[in-house]
Write a protein that binds this ligand. Structure first.
Ligand SMILES: *Cc1c(COP(=O)(O)O)cnc(C)c1O
Length: 427
């Protein structure tokens, strides 16, 4: 299968090339040329999640050099549980946070690392990402110990939580995290500049691992596919999903699962106070703006990068409005919802998941699956004073927190970064 660019100017690309390059030559994002039709009868209840995921992903890889590897990628990448827990009669929580760094980003990052490592057999690849939160740790943990890859992370110094920083800076091998004296936008600009820098790009064979990479997005289809399939098999009803949304990566994967024919009734997106998407649905005008800082910081996005993919799926505004709905929650709603879920159900939720739980309260009595994107223990700073209870620390985080860290600060300047990396023998 070929992949085409949302900007429609670049020639079609193989999946391996699309994964390697991240962005299409014309600056657009890769999307599948067609959606394969899937025979739901060929999925049986005895399939393990990695086997199920393989069957979902297989058609996208037909004819690609990665085709024969997908089964193994799934086995290695998806080696953690995916529980669906009941909240009440028609509300369920899908916990996507049982991977090594405790957010849903482990699914995409681990699969992508497998693919890039395989594709870099003859020449090493350097992955460069800018991050303000969970991406850095998920990508770091995925790339650590992959022999053909190295990772450079840029994060804004002093602007991420202590635990988030720890999860990025505790690796001592092929993962290099730099604390940039600037904000997230500065980090992102620096990464873009590095990609445009000839010497840098040729020497390092740069690749990205941001959520625009199709190699992160495709694997995320599989948990919507498997969860809706199993829910339908057990109850005879197609569930709706409510998805906490920032860059619209996780959401795009859900729409793609629905396109493939999996039994998904409808999809509702929840945002924090960054309301570009709800505003678009109201006005028909897509107006990117600077992001606001909220309690759900991994969703502080003012210009959602995967919007182009959703628009590519639903080019006509009235269809877009029919298929996509969005509800927003401000910080006060987030706090109240975390309290309510604990008091009524004894369930601890993270601030991102709280936006979806908040949205649930104003939706129908039909069955809804709330997508839980991160483990609440990553946000103990905020949750513990609010609820006056201790949030249990997940074991994988505890192990990471026991490792020593090394903070490397650098000016927000590409030359300064180059010099620092040269001095440390990294490039
Ligand atoms: C990244 C992230 C999100 C937003 O996901 P997108 O794919 O960018 O929409 C939501 N919650 C958590 C915890 C995240 O880390």
């Amino acid at each position: 299968m070929n992949f085409i660019s949302t900007a429609q100017k670049a020639p079609p690309s193989t999946l391996a090339d699309a994964i390697r390059s991240g962005l299409a030559q014309d600056g657009g994002l890769f999307v599948p040329e067609t959606f394969p039709s899937i025979d739901l009868n060929s999925f049986t209840p005895d399939l393990s999640f990695p086997r199920f995921a393989h069957k979902v992903l297989e058609p996208f890889f037909v004819g690609d050099i990665l085709e024969t590897q997908v089964a193994e990628f799934c086995d290695r990448a998806f080696n953690f549980p995916l529980p669906l827990k009941p909240v009440n009669a028609n509300t369920f929580i899908l916990e996507l946070f049982h991977g090594p760094t405790l957010s849903f980003k482990d699914f995409g990052a681990r699969f992508l690392a497998e693919a890039l490592n395989f594709l870099s057999d003859t020449q090493k690849t350097t992955i460069m990402v800018a991050t303000s939160g969970d991406t850095g740790s998920a990508v770091a943990a995925s790339i650590h110990l992959k022999p053909n890859l190295q990772l450079i992370i840029l994060y804004p110094e002093g602007k991420i939580s202590a635990r988030q920083e720890h999860q990025m800076t505790c690796w001592d091998d092929n993962v290099h995290a730099l604390a940039v004296k600037g904000n997230f936008d500065d980090c992102q600009t620096l990464v873009k500049k590095a990609f445009q820098d000839r010497e840098w790009n040729q020497r390092l064979r740069l690749s990205s691992a941001n959520s625009i990479n199709i190699g992160r997005l495709l694997p995320q289809i599989s948990y919507y596919a498997s969860t809706s399939f199993e829910f339908y098999r057990q109850t005879g009803e197609a569930p709706g999903f409510i998805i906490p949304t920032g860059n619209l990566g996780n959401a795009t994967a859900a729409y793609w699962a629905k396109m493939l024919g999996f039994p998904i009734r409808e999809i509702v997106l929840s945002t924090n106070a960054n309301v570009v998407l709800p505003d678009f649905l109201q006005t028909g005008e897509f107006r990117p703006r600077p992001s606001l800082t909220t309690l759900a910081n991994a969703m502080d996005v003012g210009n959602p990068s995967n919007f182009e993919r959703l628009q590519n799926l639903f080019p006509n505004f009235s269809t877009f409005k029919q298929e996509v709905s969005a509800l927003s929650a401000n910080d006060e709603d987030i706090r109240k919802t975390i309290q309510t879920f604990y008091q009524e159900y004894r369930i601890l939720i993270c601030p991102h998941t709280a936006t979806a739980c908040f949205a649930r309260q104003s939706l129908s009595e039909k069955p809804w699956i709330v997508v839980a994107t991160a483990d609440p223990c990553k946000f103990n700073d905020m949750i513990e004073p609010l609820l006056k209870v201790k949030v249990p620390l997940a074991e994988s985080l505890q192990v990471m927190l026991e490792k020593p860290i090394q903070r490397i600060s650098v000016e927000a300047n590409l030359n300064a970064i180059k010099q620092l990396l040269k001095k440390r023998g990294i490039i």
